[in-house]
Design a protein around this ligand. Structure first.
Ligand SMILES: Cc1cc2nc3c(=O)[nH]c(=O)nc-3n(C[C@H](O)[C@H](O)[C@H](O)COP(=O)(O)OP(=O)(O)OC[C@H]3O[C@@H](n4cnc5c(N)ncnc54)[C@H](O)[C@@H]3O)c2cc1C
Length: 443
């Protein structure tokens, strides 16, 4: 019987295993180094904050794997002999495969800063990082976080939950400046300012980290020469595919493992999925490496189809993502860049008191809706997907805004104001479609 070996038990590898099992009787083995069982990486912060135990982050009970005939090996793959189709493991005997899926995820970036290996300096990616953070943050009276993305903000929230003051260093002139437009970053910065123990230091770059006689961090210096005393440094300057152990083999690797549209690699019977895969040709405006949860899941489903005899290309549809910045929920559909492009126009509506903002982007000439960033209210994914599929205009989006409303009872109070502001800014006379009308459409 064909033997499918999957390296990595994250969302990508486990989705592939589950879907191959649904579709076939193949022998399936998952080898993974970090943990015995699959867990939700996105929930790690809640373990530190005491909202759940680590066991609660495991979506499946231990019996699930035996019942579904998915063998789990808790070990590290040290090298792969692609000619012999054999994996070498750190502790257990060699493993032979017929088809191999590499789902080895990412690792936190470091940039060779002096002092980056001192005690109390760490990233946040793995279960081991969570354990390290538990130990490293004991007795800390000042923490520094370097790099303001989604993981940085999670780390800040974690430390603040234990009353540890945080200086949050970001290189750009705004929070998450590589992704968020100015108005959107302003909203999040306003939210951050409500946390008095959080000090967002913009246009501030790490130069070096200094240690004490015990090899523990005691301060950092910035590129402008400021010294900040601290006992904990979080390095959250992005992640990179975790592929070093594969370099020097015949597998084609750039920043990640290079894949074709069907997730096959340069070596027959070898596939790569999730954070570690890099598309040789990018798909429209999507990035060639996608390091988010749902894309890992979609790649797992796609590769399972191909391996089970139904060759399938990865086709993720329109870009979307969601996250939470402290108490503010964020969703994005389509393309909203940090700086408006030349052929684009925008309409931004911000609630005068509450942390609610909608940022629409559309084509200047054709008025085709291109994307939205949305904060503080939830919108319906399928409605935006339809609008993007149908190349709806911004006027159509405004007219039918009530359809996008995830929670009509809550959101209905703002639609009139949003459309009125739109009409005023663009000198239009859009009328909101009535509730009865769109309810009939949805029914
Ligand atoms: C703190 C944090 C919060 C996040 N929050 C969000 C969020 O809110 N929304 C979102 O969309 N995304 C979020 N992400 C990103 C998301 O979690 C990742 O995109 C996703 O988990 C990647 O899944 P994966 O299966 O590709 O890899 P991983 O989950 O990284 O799994 C890869 C596994 O392979 C194992 N492995 C690697 N090399 C070897 C080897 N040589 N031998 C054996 N095993 C090996 C690793 O130990 C690891 O367990 C977050 C990430 C982090 C770190």
């Amino acid at each position: 019987m064909k033997h499918i070996v999957i390296v990595g038990n994250g969302i990508a590898g486990i989705t592939a295993a589950r879907h191959i099992r649904k579709k076939s009787d193949y022998k399936i083995t998952v080898v993974s180094a970090e943990s015995e069982y699959f867990f939700s990486r996105t929930a790690l912060m809640y373990v530190y904050m005491g909202h759940m135990r680590f066991e609660d982050t495991q979506p499946y009970e231990p019996y699930f794997w035996k019942k579904n005939r998915i063998e789990l090996i808790h070990d590290c793959v040290t090298t792969i002999d692609f000619d012999a189709k054999t994996l070498k493991l750190e502790q257990q005997s060699d493993l032979h495969y017929d088809d191999l899926i590499l789902a080895v995820g990412s690792k936190p970036n470091t940039f060779g800063w002096p002092g980056q290996d001192l005690k109390g300096v760490q990233g946040l990616y793995s279960k081991q990082d969570l354990e390290a953070m538990e130990a490293n943050s004991k007795g800390v009276t000042q923490a520094v976080i370097v790099g303001g993305g989604l993981i940085g903000v999670e780390m800040a929230e974690m430390l603040l939950s234990r009353d540890i003051p945080v200086k949050f260093l970001v290189r750009e002139d705004r929070f998450w400046g590589g992704i968020l437009p100015r108005a959107d970053a302003d909203l999040i910065e306003g939210q951050m300012a409500q946390h008095h123990a959080l000090d967002l230091c913009k246009e501030t770059e790490l130069e070096a980290i200094q240690g004490d006689d015990n090899g523990r961090v005691k301060s950092i210096t910035t590129k402008s020469g400021e010294t900040i005393p601290c006992q904990f440094v979080g390095l959250t300057v992005g992640v990179t595919p975790n592929v070093d152990f594969l370099r020097g083999t015949t597998l084609e690797i750039d920043r990640g493992i290079l894949v074709n549209p069907d997730l096959s690699t340069s070596i027959p019977n070898v596939y790569a999925i999730g954070d570690c895969a890099q598309f040789k040709r990018s798909n429209g405006m999507r990035r060639s490496i996608e390091q988010v949860w749902y894309t890992g899941r979609m790649m797992g489903e796609t590769v399972a189809e191909t391996i089970c005899g139904n060759p399938t290309n990865y086709s993720p549809g329109h870009w979307f993502n969601s996250a939470k910045f402290f108490d503010v929920e964020y969703q994005t559909y389509g393309w909203v860049w940090n700086e408006l492009k030349e052929d684009e126009e925008e309409f931004i509506w911000r609630h005068p008191q509450k942390e609610i903002l909608m940022h629409f982007v559309f084509d200047k000439d054709t008025l085709t809706f291109k994307g939205i960033n949305n904060f503080g209210i939830r919108l319906r994914h399928e409605v935006f997907d339809n609008w993007l599929n149908q190349s709806a205009t911004i006027d159509e989006v405004m007219t039918n805004l009530r359809r996008a409303n995830f929670d009509p009872e809550f959101f209905s109070t703002y639609e009139k104001e949003i459309v009125a502001a739109y009409n005023q800014q663009f000198n239009k006379h859009i009328q909101l479609a009535s509730k009865k009308w769109w309810r009939r459409i949805l029914a």
